[in-house]
Design a binder for this molecule. Structure first.
Ligand code: C5P
Length: 228
């Protein structure tokens, strides 16, 4: 049973403060976007890779993938949309007929492992929908507008969402069709609101999203530890 993965990389990445979107910045010599794609090419069950980028970066991205030998027939580059969920929707439209399982991965999570991808895939096959996540380790406070603590939240049931996230294609298409007007920050939120149970899969602490300059430094040191 083959799966497609939609790599979402159509954000502006402004929090990095760099001249180009963060997904194109180099991490240990290789662009973050390339590093976010490569682990999927190591998974035999991935039959299609769809990379979603800003409309004006399609050519640049196509060239970048070719330079890194990521230009097989199962690879395509499409334009994204305004919100992350619009970009996922653009990717969904490009999923090949006959592929029933769709994973979504952030183009800014370069340290994902093939093992985690496989765990997510297997859970989607078994349960219909799944998401990588890690338990919250810090104490969590809810604050109010006056910067006072309003509550301390019980963290024992809290998880930090990562990607891959995924589902059977029809569940995602249905959720996107019915809930297009809801603003969400990930696909799982749309699935939840559509009433689809989503299983949590233990993610990896190293599978961090690169958001600011400090994340790049951290990713570099994680990579140095992994290779030593
Ligand atoms: O902004 P944030 O870091 O949450 O974005 C997560 C991922 O979604 C990034 O890889 C980003 O490029 C992608 N994204 C997108 N289209 C948008 C906004 C974000 O593909 N309109």
């Amino acid at each position: 049973q083959h799966a497609a993965v939609i790599i979402v990389a159509a954000g502006s990445g402004t929090r990095m403060g760099a001249a180009m979107p963060k997904q194109y910045l180099a991490l240990a010599g290789t662009p973050i976007l390339v590093r976010s794609i490569v682990p999927f090419t190591r998974c035999s069950f991935i039959g299609q890779i769809i990379v979603v980028v800003p409309a004006d970066r399609i050519e640049q991205t196509t060239a970048l993938l070719a330079e890194n030998s990521l230009n097989g027939p199962a690879m395509s580059v499409v334009a994204g949309g305004r919100r992350r969920q619009d970009s996922v929707s653009c990717g969904l439209a490009a999923v090949a007929d006959g592929i029933d399982i769709v994973l979504v991965h952030d183009g800014a999570r370069p340290l994902v492992s093939p093992q985690l991808i496989e765990r997510c895939y297997r859970e989607v096959v078994a349960s219909g929908a799944a998401i990588a996540a890690v338990p919250v380790k810090d104490t969590v406070k809810r604050g109010n507008a006056e910067l006072h603590i309003a509550a301390t939240v019980d963290r024992s049931s809290l998880w930090l969402a990562q990607t891959p996230q995924g589902a059977r294609k029809h569940l995602l298409v249905d959720a996107f069709d019915r809930l297009a007007d809801r603003d969400v920050t990930d696909e799982a939120a749309l699935l939840e609101q559509a009433g689809t149970p989503v299983r949590l899969v233990h993610g990896e602490e190293s599978n961090r999203k690169i958001t600011g300059p400090e994340d790049l430094l951290l990713a570099e040191s994680i990579m140095a530890t992994q290779s030593s």
